[in-house]
Design a protein around this ligand. Structure first.
Ligand code: GLC
Length: 476
C-alpha cells in the first residue's frame, strides 16, 4: 500500500552517461530535505537489510497479529514473559554481530531494525510511565547492541520507529469525538483525546531517547503516521507534528518533561529532534514530513521508467509477513536478484526484510539464500554499487541499464530471450565489452548511429541477470 506522498522533485539525467544533476531540495514543515551530498551513500549502497523483531515472533503469525485480532494489550504482554512453558520472547541467541555478518555476506551496505513496531514494545530503554521495553522484560537493552554491532561491521545504521501504538485506544479516536473502526471495538469516548496525547508524549520521549543515546543514525524508516490506519501519513501530521517545531497551540501538547528543544529553547517536532542529534540522517516519507526518499512497499514487481526522485523498495524475504512467521513462503533467489536489479535500473534501492525468531535467530535457510545473492554481487558488484539507473529507460521484465563513469551495464533479465542485444546509441568511443559474470569477452559491432550490437551472449551462466559491461572512453 502506498501511504506516501511522492516528492515532486525532478532528477535529471544526462543522456550520454554523464553524472546525474543535483536535485532541488524542498523545505517542508521547517525541515529542508538532504541534498545530494548526504544522499550519496544511500544512492551508492543499493542494498540494505531490514529486520522486524519483537514479541510477535512468539505466536509466529506476523507482526500484525495484535492489530488484526484485536488482542487486548494485557494478553499480548504475555509473549514477553515465560508462562511456564518456556515459549516467550527470550532473545537468548540474540547476536546482532551475526546479523551484520549475514548482511555483509549478502552484499548489503546498511541495516534497519525495528526499535518499536505498532504493538508499542521497545527494544531500547525508555523511562516513560507506560513504556514497555526489553529492559523491563529481559533486563537487556537489545537496541544498543544492534547499533554497536552495525557500526562495528562498517554498515550504515538505520532506525525503524512506528509512532502508531495499538496499546492506546486514543490512536483510533484522537479527538475523542469520532472513533474510527478498529479490531478492539473501542467506541468514541471523550477520554480518548487525553489518551492520544499520552501516546504522542511517549513517542516524543522515546524518539528523544533514541537520538540522544543511540545515535547518530544514518537512516530512519518512520512507519505510519496515519491515524486509525486510515488516510495518509500526511493527513495525520496535524497530530504527530513531524516537522521542525511543535506548535504551542497544538491540541495534544507534549509536556515540557518529555520535549526536546533547540538552542533557543523552542520545542522540537519529530524531524527537529532527529536532525538535532543526527544532522546527516536521511529519512523516508512516512512520518507526514516530505521525506528524503520515497518508499515503495511490498513484494509486487517493480516496473515502469526510471523514477525521477530518490526511492527505496522494501520487501519481505518471507512473503508471509514482516515479522517471523511459521509459514515459510520465501522469495526465490531469481526473484531477489530480479527485484534488486529492477530497483537499481530505475535508480532505486532494495531493503530486504528478515524476520528473526523469538530467540533472535535469522532462519539459516533465509541467510543461505541472501548469501548466494552476496556471492553473485561479489562478482558483478561493479554493475550495481555506485551506479545510477539508466541512462536509458528499462523495458519491464526484460532488461535495464546502469552506468558510472566510463562504463555502461546492460542487465538482461530472464524475460529477455536470445543471445544478441542491441543497445541504444552510445556517444563515447567503445573500448570493450564483456560478460561481467563469466569474465568472457563479447563480440560486438557499432553501427553508424552509435548503437552496439552484441552477439554470443551466454544466457545460461546466470539466467536471473546476464550482466554486460561496456567500457567507453571517459568523457573529460
Ligand atoms: C506496513 C506495516 C508494517 C511493516 C511496514 C514495512 O506499514 O504496517 O507491519 O512494518 O509496512 O514497510
Amino acid at each position: 500500500m502506498n501511504k506516501s506522498i511522492l516528492p515532486v522533485l525532478v532528477f535529471l539525467f544526462g543522456l550520454s552517461g554523464g553524472i546525474s544533476k543535483a536535485r532541488p531540495v524542498t523545505n517542508d514543515f521547517g525541515i529542508t530535505q538532504q541534498g545530494d551530498d548526504q544522499m550519496k551513500w544511500f544512492k551508492d549502497a543499493k542494498f540494505g537489510m531490514f529486520i522486524h523483531w519483537g514479541l510477535y515472533t512468539v505466536p509466529a503469525k506476523g507482526e500484525w497479529l495484535m492489530g488484526k485480532t484485536g488482542m487486548p494489550p494485557k494478553q499480548y504482554r504475555k509473549y514477553a514473559y515465560d508462562q511456564g512453558d518456556g515459549d516467550y520472547f527470550d532473545a537468548k541467541n540474540y547476536d546482532p554481530a551475526a546479523w551484520a555478518k549475514i548482511a555483509k555476506d549478502s552484499g548489503m551496505k546498511y541495516m534497519c531494525l525495528t526499535a518499536r513496531h505498532h504493538d508499542g514494545f521497545a527494544l531500547f530503554d525508555s523511562h516513560f510511565t507506560n513504556a514497555f521495553t526489553s529492559v523491563q522484560t529481559l533486563h537487556r537493552d537489545l537496541y544498543a547492541k544492534y547499533v554497536k554491532a552495525c557500526r562495528a561491521a562498517g554498515l550504515r545504521v538505520g532506525l525503524y520507529f512506528s509512532p502508531i501504538d495499538w496499546r492506546y485506544p486514543g490512536y483510533f479516536d484522537v479527538w475523542g469525538t469520532n472513533c474510527l473502526p478498529n479490531s478492539w471495538h473501542y467506541q468514541t469516548d471523550p477520554a480518548h483525546k487525553e489518551n492520544a496525547r499520552i501516546m504522542k508524549e511517549e513517542v516524543y520521549e522515546q524518539v528523544r531517547m533514541l537520538f540522544k543515546n543511540y545515535g547518530p543514525f544514518d537512516y530512519i524508516f518512520w512507519d505510519g503516521g496515519w491515524l486509525g490506519q486510515k488516510g495518509s501519513d500526511r493527513d495525520a501530521a496535524f497530530f504527530w507534528e513531524p516537522g521542525k517545531y511543535l506548535d504551542p497551540n497544538n491540541p495534544w501538547p507534549v509536556d515540557a518533561k518529555y520535549r526536546d528543544v533547540d538552542e533557543s529553547g523552542r520545542p522540537l517536532g519529530l524531524m527537529g529532534i532527529a536532525r538535532k542529534y543526527s544532522p546527516n540522517v536521511i529519512c523516508d516519507n512516512r512520518s507526514g514530513w516530505i521525506g528524503d526518499f520515497a518508499v515503495n512497499e511490498g513484494n509486487n514487481p517493480v516496473t515502469g521508467p526510471i523514477r525521477p526522485y530518490y526511492w527505496e523498495k522494501c520487501m519481505n524475504l518471507n512473503k508471509s509477513s514482516w515479522g517471523y512467521n511459521s509459514r515459510q513462503y520465501l522469495e526465490t533467489y531469481d526473484e531477489i536478484v530480479a527485484t534488486l536489479v529492477n530497483c537499481v535500473v530505475r535508480n532505486g534501492n532494495l531493503l530486504l526484510n528478515f524476520g528473526p525468531d523469538q530467540h533472535g535467530v535469522i532462519p539459516p535457510s533465509h541467510a543461505a539464500l541472501t548469501r548466494r545473492v552476496g556471492a553473485w554481487l561479489e562478482i558483478v558488484g561493479d554493475s550495481i554499487y555506485g551506479t545510477r539507473g539508466g541512462p536509458w529507460n528499462p523495458v519491464d521484465g526484460r532488461y535495464g541499464f546502469t552506468f558510472k563513469s566510463g562504463k555502461y551495464f546492460v542487465h538482461l533479465l530472464s524475460g529477455y530471450e536470445g543471445t544478441e542485444f542491441t543497445t541504444p546509441a552510445i556517444s563515447e568511443k567503445v573500448m570493450g565489452c564483456r560478460d561481467l559474470f563469466t569474465g568472457g569477452k563479447l563480440n560486438y559491432t557499432v553501427n553508424a548511429g552509435g548503437a552496439l550490437h552484441i552477439t554470443g551472449l551466454n544466457r545460461m551462466a546466470h539466467p536471473a541477470d546476464t550482466v554486460v559491461m561496456i567500457t567507453v572512453r571517459k568523457s573529460s
